[in-house]
Write a protein that binds this ligand. Structure first.
Ligand SMILES: Cc1cc2nc3c(=O)[nH]c(=O)nc-3n(C[C@H](O)[C@H](O)[C@H](O)COP(=O)(O)OP(=O)(O)OC[C@H]3O[C@@H](n4cnc5c(N)ncnc54)[C@H](O)[C@@H]3O)c2cc1C
Length: 419
């Protein structure tokens, strides 16, 4: 059990590392974050900014493999797998495929629901209490359809998530939708409005969290990469991390290294079944006819986020390993899809073209647990498409685990052992 004089070293300054630092600092512990690059510059920077309790269903749902197979080899599809011989990828895909059934979908959904509900409440409270400048807004999220058939088909899913979790959407037919959101073209047949969701500007959130953490005494060391642990002698505990710069002694350690976590399998003591799922975004000024509500074009899997200070189009899912090239065809896909639905789909000049690697687990549940190798080192990674949404709950859970408290979410459900 941690005491107030103890020191925690967090490896990784994304949203998960930042929220973990926030809760540990509040509990009175000394905290250092190290990042191999810049704090908040990896997957937590350019994401779509949705904090979405509505997203309870996992990626592995019945029928997804069939529909993905039809399109996945095309460079123009929202979902793409780069064909390659990679044992970890094929093992991951096999386990993913095995979960594409109603029973496993509901198992994941129940865990996600608990995590998302807790995190949403924490965001709402902490953004207000700490006066965090991140353009936090409760406008909900629209799932917009291109054709009537797909629009009607989603009704069944909407009823399911309303019945089981109480997070269903309001169905808006064409006329009502265009009145509600005139930025959409009149031929769009309809949308579902998830009123329970909120959004924020993720790059601004990360900058504000850095300022807040440093003002509270959290040390943030950039360009400092984890290279290994020093054992403290009894074998079960680490006493320091080795970095490219110097050794950092601490009492507890947390890997908040997102999609890169599998690279630390030796230090963690087991393989970590996370695949990088590359997505893109384009950030620009607000168009004149800017939507007021964030929206996902479901049939194209493209997301739009109107911020107070800008506008972002994002998405696509590419399983291409740690490929850090920017694929022009995928960026074009974001623009082309938006043209189908919006009067004014984008605006010049483009401020940023970005990609991030989502840390994907095959059951769509993060791993928040102690490492098998060290009694005082933990992993908080694998948040997939919802790492921003689950940031706060993860920080709180890590604090509870390190401080030896009863966790407010069943820790078994986010453990290594369930995988
Ligand atoms: C296009 C796109 C849109 C998205 N939209 C949303 C959304 O709307 N809502 C939502 O909830 N989620 C969204 N996500 C997902 C979300 O962005 C991620 O789940 C989340 O950012 C993961 O956070 P993280 O802290 O785990 O990882 P990261 O932000 O990637 O942080 C990990 C950090 O670890 C550091 N690191 C790695 N190795 C080392 C080392 N050896 N030493 C020191 N530091 C190291 C890295 O430099 C990095 O800064 C989106 C993702 C993408 C790609």
């Amino acid at each position: 059990m941690a005491t107030n004089t103890e020191h925690v070293c967090i490896i990784g300054g994304g949203i998960i590392g930042a929220c973990t630092a926030y809760f540990l600092n509040k509990a009175g512990l000394r905290v250092t974050i190290i990042d191999k690059d810049k704090f908040g510059a990896a997957c937590s920077a350019g994401n779509c900014g949705y904090v979405s309790p509505s997203h309870v269903l996992p990626i592995a749902v019945p029928g997804i493999v069939g529909s993905a197979l039809k399109t996945m080899m095309s460079n123009k599809s929202p979902f793409y797998i780069k064909p390659r011989a990679d044992i970890s990828l094929w093992g991951w895909l096999y386990k993913f495929w095995r979960r594409c059934n109603h029973k496993d979908m509901m198992v994941s959904a129940k865990v996600k629901h608990a995590l998302l509900q807790s995190s949403f409440k924490l965001y709402d409270q902490i953004v207000a209490d700490e006066n965090i400048d991140c353009e936090w807004e409760h406008r909900g999220l629209l799932f917009v359809y291109q054709d009537q058939e797909h629009f009607d088909h989603f009704d069944k899913t909407n009823q399911l998530i309303e019945r089981e979790f109480g997070v269903g959407a309001k169905r808006l037919e064409n006329k009502e939708l265009i009145e509600f959101e005139p930025a959409l073209k009149p031929e769009v047949p309809g949308a579902y409005h998830f009123e329970c969701d909120a959004h924020l500007r993720s790059d601004k959130l990360m900058a504000s969290l850095k300022t807040l953490l440093e003002s509270r005494g959290v040390e943030v060391l950039e360009d400092t990469s984890f290279q290994g642990f020093v054992a403290n002698g009894d074998g079960g505990k680490a006493s320091a991390v080795l970095t490219n710069k110097h050794e950092i002694k601490a009492d507890y350690f947390v890997f908040a290294t997102g999609a890169l976590t599998p690279k630390f399998a030796n230090a963690i003591g087991c393989k970590v079944p996370i695949q990088p799922g590359k997505g893109y975004s384009i950030t620009m000024p607000r168009p004149a006819r800017c939507p007021k509500t964030p929206m996902i074009f479901e049939q194209h899997r493209v997301a739009i986020t109107p911020f107070q200070s800008g506008y972002r189009i994002g998405s696509t899912m590419e399983l291409a390993g740690y490929d850090d090239s920017i694929n022009r065809a995928r960026l074009d896909l974001l623009r082309e899809s938006s043209e189908i639905y919006l009067h004014e789909p984008y605006c010049e000049p483009v401020e940023n073209e970005w990609f991030g690697w989502r840390p994907l687990t095959y059951d769509d549940i993060p791993i928040i647990d102690r490492t098998p190798k060290w009694n005082n080192a933990y992993v908080a990674a694998g948040h997939g498409m919802l790492g921003l949404s689950m940031g706060m709950v993860t920080g709180k859970l890590m604090k509870e685990m390190i401080c030896g408290e009863q966790t407010h979410i069943d820790r078994e459900q986010v453990s290594f052992s369930r995988l």
